[in-house]
Design a protein around this ligand. Sequence first.
Ligand SMILES: C[S@@+](CC[C@H](N)C(=O)[O-])C[C@H]1O[C@@H](n2cnc3c(N)ncnc32)[C@H](O)[C@@H]1O
Length: 215
Amino acid sequence: MAASLENTFVREIETNKTDILKIHQLEVGDVGCVVWDAALVLSKYLETPDFDKGGLLKGKKILELGSGTGCVGIVAAYLGADVTITDLPDFVPLIKMNIEENKALIKGTTEAAPLTWGQDILSNNFHYILLADCIYYEESIEHLVDAILSHCQEDTEVLCCYEERTTGNKPQLQRTFFKLIDANFNTEEIPLEQHDTHFRSEDIHIFKFTKRKIS
Ligand SMILES: C[S@@+](CC[C@H](N)C(=O)[O-])C[C@H]1O[C@@H](n2cnc3c(N)ncnc32)[C@H](O)[C@@H]1O
Protein backbone atom coordinates (compact mmCIF):
# COMPACT_ATOMS: atom_id res chain seq x y z
CA MET A 1 0.00 0.00 0.00
CA ALA A 2 1.44 3.38 -0.90
CA ALA A 3 -0.47 5.07 1.88
CA SER A 4 -1.70 8.51 0.88
CA LEU A 5 -3.30 10.15 3.88
CA GLU A 6 -4.72 12.96 1.73
CA ASN A 7 -8.02 11.33 0.82
CA THR A 8 -9.74 9.95 3.89
CA PHE A 9 -13.32 9.50 4.99
CA VAL A 10 -14.27 9.29 8.62
CA ARG A 11 -16.01 6.50 10.52
CA GLU A 12 -17.54 7.85 13.69
CA ILE A 13 -17.71 5.54 16.70
CA GLU A 14 -20.11 6.70 19.38
CA THR A 15 -19.09 5.48 22.82
CA ASN A 16 -21.50 4.55 25.59
CA LYS A 17 -20.74 7.93 27.19
CA THR A 18 -21.74 9.56 23.86
CA ASP A 19 -18.23 10.72 23.02
CA ILE A 20 -17.49 10.49 19.32
CA LEU A 21 -14.24 8.86 18.24
CA LYS A 22 -13.30 9.66 14.65
CA ILE A 23 -11.42 7.05 12.66
CA HIS A 24 -9.99 8.10 9.29
CA GLN A 25 -10.19 5.46 6.57
CA LEU A 26 -8.42 5.63 3.23
CA GLU A 27 -10.30 5.86 -0.05
CA VAL A 28 -7.64 3.73 -1.74
CA GLY A 29 -5.43 1.11 -0.10
CA ASP A 30 -5.01 -2.44 1.10
CA VAL A 31 -7.74 -4.22 3.13
CA GLY A 32 -6.63 -2.74 6.45
CA CYS A 33 -7.36 0.83 5.39
CA VAL A 34 -11.03 0.70 6.47
CA VAL A 35 -12.72 -0.28 9.74
CA TRP A 36 -14.03 -3.83 9.44
CA ASP A 37 -17.22 -5.02 11.13
CA ALA A 38 -15.26 -7.31 13.48
CA ALA A 39 -13.34 -4.24 14.70
CA LEU A 40 -16.62 -2.50 15.55
CA VAL A 41 -17.97 -5.59 17.35
CA LEU A 42 -14.77 -5.98 19.40
CA SER A 43 -14.51 -2.23 20.14
CA LYS A 44 -18.06 -2.10 21.45
CA TYR A 45 -17.61 -5.36 23.40
CA LEU A 46 -14.80 -3.65 25.36
CA GLU A 47 -17.41 -1.17 26.61
CA THR A 48 -20.01 -3.74 27.67
CA PRO A 49 -20.69 -4.17 31.40
CA ASP A 50 -19.84 -7.86 30.94
CA PHE A 51 -16.28 -7.01 29.96
CA ASP A 52 -15.61 -3.52 31.31
CA LYS A 53 -16.90 -4.11 34.84
CA GLY A 54 -16.57 -0.42 35.71
CA GLY A 55 -13.13 0.34 34.31
CA LEU A 56 -11.31 -2.97 33.89
CA LEU A 57 -8.99 -1.64 31.19
CA LYS A 58 -7.66 1.36 33.14
CA GLY A 59 -3.87 1.08 33.28
CA LYS A 60 -3.80 -2.30 31.54
CA LYS A 61 -1.08 -2.94 28.97
CA ILE A 62 -2.55 -3.96 25.64
CA LEU A 63 -1.17 -5.02 22.29
CA GLU A 64 -3.33 -4.85 19.18
CA LEU A 65 -2.17 -6.94 16.22
CA GLY A 66 -3.17 -6.20 12.60
CA SER A 67 -4.98 -3.06 13.65
CA GLY A 68 -5.41 -1.42 10.21
CA THR A 69 -6.89 1.97 11.12
CA GLY A 70 -6.17 1.64 14.87
CA CYS A 71 -9.87 1.55 15.76
CA VAL A 72 -9.91 -1.19 18.43
CA GLY A 73 -6.73 0.00 20.12
CA ILE A 74 -7.98 3.59 20.21
CA VAL A 75 -11.24 2.50 21.88
CA ALA A 76 -9.18 0.52 24.45
CA ALA A 77 -7.03 3.63 25.10
CA TYR A 78 -10.18 5.75 25.34
CA LEU A 79 -11.21 3.35 28.14
CA GLY A 80 -7.93 4.03 29.94
CA ALA A 81 -5.58 1.30 28.71
CA ASP A 82 -1.96 1.76 27.63
CA VAL A 83 -2.05 0.40 24.11
CA THR A 84 0.57 -0.50 21.55
CA ILE A 85 -1.26 -0.47 18.22
CA THR A 86 0.48 -2.40 15.46
CA ASP A 87 0.27 -3.43 11.84
CA LEU A 88 2.58 -3.74 8.84
CA PRO A 89 4.88 -0.69 8.52
CA ASP A 90 2.73 0.87 5.76
CA PHE A 91 -0.20 1.25 8.17
CA VAL A 92 1.66 3.05 10.93
CA PRO A 93 1.05 6.57 9.45
CA LEU A 94 -2.73 5.96 9.33
CA ILE A 95 -2.73 4.65 12.91
CA LYS A 96 -0.73 7.71 14.01
CA MET A 97 -3.18 10.00 12.23
CA ASN A 98 -6.10 8.38 14.08
CA ILE A 99 -4.34 8.55 17.44
CA GLU A 100 -3.72 12.27 16.84
CA GLU A 101 -7.36 12.83 15.79
CA ASN A 102 -8.66 11.30 19.05
CA LYS A 103 -5.98 12.36 21.50
CA ALA A 104 -8.27 14.72 23.43
CA LEU A 105 -10.55 11.79 24.31
CA ILE A 106 -7.90 9.16 25.02
CA LYS A 107 -7.52 8.58 28.75
CA GLY A 108 -4.76 5.98 28.59
CA THR A 109 -1.70 6.04 26.36
CA THR A 110 -1.13 4.97 22.78
CA GLU A 111 1.82 4.08 20.65
CA ALA A 112 1.75 3.09 16.98
CA ALA A 113 4.41 0.55 16.05
CA PRO A 114 5.24 -1.62 13.05
CA LEU A 115 4.84 -5.31 13.79
CA THR A 116 5.01 -7.98 11.11
CA TRP A 117 3.71 -11.32 12.41
CA GLY A 118 6.40 -13.92 12.80
CA GLN A 119 9.19 -11.33 12.44
CA ASP A 120 8.90 -8.74 15.19
CA ILE A 121 8.54 -9.33 18.91
CA LEU A 122 7.95 -6.25 21.06
CA SER A 123 7.67 -7.72 24.57
CA ASN A 124 5.50 -10.20 26.39
CA ASN A 125 4.25 -8.18 29.30
CA PHE A 126 0.75 -7.46 28.01
CA HIS A 127 -2.44 -7.99 30.01
CA TYR A 128 -4.47 -8.28 26.81
CA ILE A 129 -3.84 -8.92 23.14
CA LEU A 130 -6.60 -7.79 20.79
CA LEU A 131 -7.15 -8.75 17.18
CA ALA A 132 -10.00 -8.15 14.79
CA ASP A 133 -10.45 -9.89 11.47
CA CYS A 134 -6.90 -11.11 11.15
CA ILE A 135 -7.78 -14.74 10.23
CA TYR A 136 -7.62 -13.76 6.62
CA TYR A 137 -4.26 -14.57 5.05
CA GLU A 138 -3.26 -18.11 4.09
CA GLU A 139 0.40 -17.19 3.76
CA SER A 140 0.71 -15.78 7.27
CA ILE A 141 -1.70 -17.84 9.39
CA GLU A 142 1.14 -19.65 11.20
CA HIS A 143 3.00 -16.36 11.67
CA LEU A 144 -0.14 -14.85 13.18
CA VAL A 145 -0.36 -17.64 15.77
CA ASP A 146 3.40 -17.23 16.43
CA ALA A 147 2.89 -13.51 16.99
CA ILE A 148 0.07 -14.14 19.48
CA LEU A 149 2.08 -16.80 21.29
CA SER A 150 5.30 -14.84 21.49
CA HIS A 151 3.60 -11.78 23.00
CA CYS A 152 1.73 -13.76 25.68
CA GLN A 153 2.69 -14.58 29.20
CA GLU A 154 0.76 -17.00 31.41
CA ASP A 155 -2.01 -14.65 32.42
CA THR A 156 -2.35 -12.67 29.17
CA GLU A 157 -5.88 -12.78 27.76
CA VAL A 158 -6.27 -12.74 24.00
CA LEU A 159 -9.53 -11.41 22.55
CA CYS A 160 -9.85 -12.53 18.95
CA CYS A 161 -12.84 -11.30 16.97
CA TYR A 162 -13.46 -12.49 13.44
CA GLU A 163 -16.15 -12.66 10.85
CA GLU A 164 -16.92 -16.24 9.92
CA ARG A 165 -16.66 -16.56 6.15
CA THR A 166 -18.03 -19.47 4.20
CA THR A 167 -16.51 -18.96 0.75
CA GLY A 168 -13.16 -19.64 -0.92
CA ASN A 169 -10.29 -20.75 1.30
CA LYS A 170 -11.63 -18.98 4.38
CA PRO A 171 -13.35 -21.98 6.10
CA GLN A 172 -10.13 -24.01 5.81
CA LEU A 173 -8.10 -21.04 7.02
CA GLN A 174 -10.32 -20.69 10.08
CA ARG A 175 -9.96 -24.43 10.83
CA THR A 176 -6.15 -24.21 10.49
CA PHE A 177 -6.01 -21.18 12.76
CA PHE A 178 -8.06 -22.85 15.52
CA LYS A 179 -6.07 -26.09 15.23
CA LEU A 180 -2.85 -24.12 15.85
CA ILE A 181 -4.48 -22.08 18.61
CA ASP A 182 -5.95 -25.19 20.34
CA ALA A 183 -2.46 -26.70 20.54
CA ASN A 184 -1.25 -23.78 22.66
CA PHE A 185 -4.24 -22.09 24.28
CA ASN A 186 -7.42 -22.73 26.24
CA THR A 187 -10.24 -21.19 24.24
CA GLU A 188 -13.67 -19.92 25.18
CA GLU A 189 -16.24 -18.23 22.97
CA ILE A 190 -17.91 -15.12 24.39
CA PRO A 191 -21.65 -15.79 23.97
CA LEU A 192 -23.46 -13.50 21.53
CA GLU A 193 -25.78 -12.27 24.34
CA GLN A 194 -22.73 -10.72 26.02
CA HIS A 195 -21.73 -8.71 22.94
CA ASP A 196 -22.93 -5.11 22.60
CA THR A 197 -26.68 -5.17 21.99
CA HIS A 198 -26.44 -3.19 18.73
CA PHE A 199 -22.97 -4.13 17.46
CA ARG A 200 -23.38 -7.90 17.26
CA SER A 201 -24.01 -10.37 14.49
CA GLU A 202 -24.46 -14.16 14.34
CA ASP A 203 -21.47 -14.50 12.00
CA ILE A 204 -19.05 -12.41 14.05
CA HIS A 205 -17.41 -14.30 16.89
CA ILE A 206 -15.31 -13.20 19.85
CA PHE A 207 -13.03 -15.80 21.40
CA LYS A 208 -10.92 -15.54 24.52
CA PHE A 209 -7.63 -17.46 24.55
CA THR A 210 -5.32 -18.02 27.49
CA LYS A 211 -2.02 -19.83 27.25
CA ARG A 212 -2.13 -23.50 28.28
CA LYS A 213 -0.15 -24.10 31.43
CA ILE A 214 2.70 -26.53 30.95
CA SER A 215 2.65 -29.01 33.84
C1 LIG B 1 -8.84 -7.64 7.35
S1 LIG B 1 -7.73 -6.42 7.95
C2 LIG B 1 -8.44 -6.01 9.54
C3 LIG B 1 -8.00 -4.66 10.02
C4 LIG B 1 -8.55 -4.24 11.38
N1 LIG B 1 -8.12 -5.14 12.43
C5 LIG B 1 -10.06 -4.17 11.36
O1 LIG B 1 -10.70 -5.16 11.74
O2 LIG B 1 -10.60 -3.14 10.95
C6 LIG B 1 -6.32 -7.41 8.43
C7 LIG B 1 -5.10 -6.59 8.91
O3 LIG B 1 -4.00 -7.48 9.12
C8 LIG B 1 -2.82 -6.83 8.67
N2 LIG B 1 -1.81 -7.83 8.30
C9 LIG B 1 -1.84 -8.70 7.25
N3 LIG B 1 -0.75 -9.46 7.21
C10 LIG B 1 0.03 -9.06 8.27
C11 LIG B 1 1.31 -9.47 8.74
N4 LIG B 1 1.99 -10.44 8.13
N5 LIG B 1 1.81 -8.85 9.85
C12 LIG B 1 1.10 -7.87 10.46
N6 LIG B 1 -0.12 -7.43 10.04
C13 LIG B 1 -0.65 -8.02 8.95
C14 LIG B 1 -3.30 -6.04 7.47
O4 LIG B 1 -2.37 -5.01 7.12
C15 LIG B 1 -4.65 -5.54 7.91
O5 LIG B 1 -4.57 -4.29 8.54
